[in-house]
Design a binder for this molecule. Structure first.
Ligand code: NAG
Ligand code: NAG
Ligand code: NAG
Ligand code: NAG
Ligand code: NAG
Ligand code: NAG
Ligand code: NAG
Ligand code: NAG
Ligand code: NAG
Length: 502
């Protein structure tokens, strides 16, 4: 084993890039309180010793600077496995806490800043000038630096331990889920196993979906309070919670829920957000219905999927109200920035003018202009399959940001194209789980182990072990392999054995 010194890595090269610097730091006795997320349960990491290698490079002519970060456990602690750690939102890479988690599990782990320093928000790099998108940083974020991180990370492993990794894995959620799919689609030989959850793929459609309820409200010129929308959500759960055989506050069959919020207009509900009772208005019922129906053109053509019934409205359909009772739309930052910077290319554009008809126009721009760069929508995984790769994906059905049907529709198309896709692509629904984590539902925190068992031992997962993270009692369930869903049969509602998949 080599020393944790820059000179050990001097022979590294990367096609298409010029290496600017290689820095190393030997960390000892690191402690991290790692929260639940990134497809794993919470863990207190202590006494961690790692060698950190930071490789800074540029793509000659592109005038960029990308940092690839590798954390290497000691040779005794290294399992022989390599892990690529994904990012979130507009952030390309993973946090120290995720790297610490992975290293403490024996992985040599790589991540990249995608050429975007952590303190540089997307607004700082999206445009070269008003009207002119800065394509290279977008391409770096979308795909290229992810491939380069895998190549560099493996070379660092070889230089440090004297041997290549035995197996390579990807782990990510949201943007990290999209990135995992990008690896399978475009760089199918880099990873043997990919765990890619709540994926932000179909990027052009997905970002517009996150703001569709705002366009509906701008069209109606009515902005229901968060309390009313929350009341509609609770009423819907009350109506559809029992479809799976048990009333536990978790909807497992949102597609079968035909709850009509109009029937609740005028009813009073206690609002836990402000401790005051609230009355559901017609406007709230209408916004809820359109949020569930999904983006639709003024000619009544369906553009994209909506959130599932039971998900919180307070991300995509959020409003803010003044003391005098006037409410305005409060669009999610991802949607707001996407429209102003990447579609209008004008930071001063007023997103509150995006009504249903403007939305429809922008939706087409969003998909047509960006799909080849960042859409991540290719369903042909032939080359990944031929390389022997396996993908596990899961999506929380109570995801309040990204519609679960974003994943359902992708899986459906993968299976339509290849009926044997279960040999390399498996999807699990996580009822009651919000975006990547949160919510009352069952969070699958051992997905990476299931992936390892599949890749290394040929044990294809038929379910994913999951535990609730919130609430007084911890409940267990085994998430069903799509298209099956969880149904309560009999027994203790907190035990996985009381449910069946069908
Ligand atoms: C590497 O170290 C040099 C010299 O200490 C420093 O100037 C540079 O900023 C470091 N690079 C990175 C990527 O940390
Ligand atoms: C490691 O860190 C812990 C707390 O962070 C401390 O209590 C302990 O003394 C440290 N051990 C060594 C060998 O430095
Ligand atoms: C981490 O440590 C804290 C105490 O510092 C404890 O409350 C918590 O339960 C621990 N978390 C885990 C996952 O072990
Ligand atoms: C963690 O990340 C920050 C930058 O976000 C960095 O300054 C810090 O040194 C990193 N390393 C460790 C071991 O915490
Ligand atoms: C407040 O709402 C609850 C139902 O959530 C209801 O039982 C109660 O009567 C309401 N109170 C008022 C003052 O309307
Ligand atoms: C819009 O299309 C849906 C089917 O997608 C249909 O049920 C509905 O009646 C249509 N509405 C109008 C106003 O044409
Ligand atoms: C999601 O897709 C399924 C069919 O695959 C459909 O039954 C359901 O209505 C869709 N849900 C939403 C919210 O679009
Ligand atoms: C209510 O307050 C907001 C912001 O404080 C203001 O913009 C708006 O004009 C006010 N509306 C009325 C009806 O007074
Ligand atoms: C939607 O907004 C556009 C641009 O501001 C405007 O021309 C159009 O009249 C609006 N449509 C509706 C139905 O309000």
């Amino acid at each position: 084993m080599a020393l944790c010194t820059a000179s050990q890595f001097q022979s590294l090269t990367l096609f298409g890039a010029s290496i600017l610097s290689i820095n190393t730091t030997s960390h000892s006795n690191l402690s991290f309180k790692v929260p639940t997320g990134d497809n794993h349960y919470a863990k207190n990491v202590t006494g961690l010793d790692v060698c950190e290698v930071i490789i800074s490079y540029t793509h000659p002519g592109y005038n960029d600077e990308v940092n690839t970060i590798v954390w290497l456990p000691t040779a005794e602690d290294w399992s022989g496995r390599f892990l690529g750690a994904g990012g979130g939102g507009w952030v390309t890479g993973a946090s120290n806490s995720t790297l610490a988690w992975a290293a403490s599990e024996g992985f040599a782990v790589v991540t990249t800043d995608g050429g975007h320093a952590a303190n540089s928000p997307v607004q700082d790099w999206a445009l070269l000038s008003p009207g002119n998108v800065n394509w290279i940083p977008l391409q770096n974020f979308a795909s290229t630096t992810l491939d380069e991180a895998a190549t560099l990370g493996k070379a660092v492993v070889k230089a440090y331990y004297g041997t290549k990794p035995s197996y390579s894995y990807w782990n990510g959620c949201s943007t990290g889920g999209r990135q995992g799919h990008m690896m399978a689609q475009r760089y199918p030989e880099q990873y043997d196993g990919i765990l890619a959850a709540a994926s932000a793929m179909n990027w052009g459609q997905m970002l517009m979906q996150e703001g569709w309820p705002q366009a509906v409200m701008n069209d109606l010129k009515l902005y229901p309070t968060n309390c009313e929308l929350e009341a509609v959500r609770l009423a819907a759960i009350e109506a559809c919670d029992g479809l799976d055989g048990v009333e536990d506050g978790i909807i497992t069959l949102p597609g079968q829920c035909d709850f009509d919020p109009s029937t609740k207009v005028g009813q009073s509900y206690y609002c836990s957000l402000n401790g005051v009772n609230t009355t559901i208005t017609e406007a709230a019922a209408t916004v809820a219905k359109w949020t569930w129906k999904g983006a639709t053109s003024p000619r009544n053509e369906s553009l994209w999927y909506g959130l599932d019934v039971g998900a919180s409205f307070l991300a995509d359909a959020a409003t803010t109200c003044s003391a005098n009772g006037t409410c305005i739309g409060s669009p999610l930052g991802f949607y707001d920035i996407w429209i102003r910077y990447f579609l209008m290319m004008d930071p001063s554009f007023d997103v509150s003018t995006v009504n249903v008809s403007v939305f429809s126009k922008l939706f087409h721009q969003s998909v047509n202009r960006y799909d080849s760069i960042i859409g991540t929508s290719d369903i042909d995984l032939t080359y990944f399959k031929e390389a022997g790769g396996k993908i596990i994906t899961w999506h929380g059905l109570a995801d309040s940001l990204i519609a679960p049907n974003n994943t359902v529709s992708y899986a459906q198309r993968v299976y339509e194209r290849d009926p044997e896709a279960g040999d390399y692509y498996r999807f699990f629904e996580a009822p009651g789980v919000d975006h990547c984590s949160g919510g009352p539902g069952w969070f699958p925190g051992k997905g990476l182990q299931s992936l390892i068992d599949w890749v290394e031992n040929g044990i294809a997962p038929t379910s994913l072990e999951a535990q609730t993270q919130n609430g007084a009692v911890q409940r267990s369930a085994n998430l069903c392999l799509w298209p099956k869903s969880l149904h309560f049969v009999s027994g203790d509602v907190n035990e996985a054995s009381s449910f069946k998949c069908r």
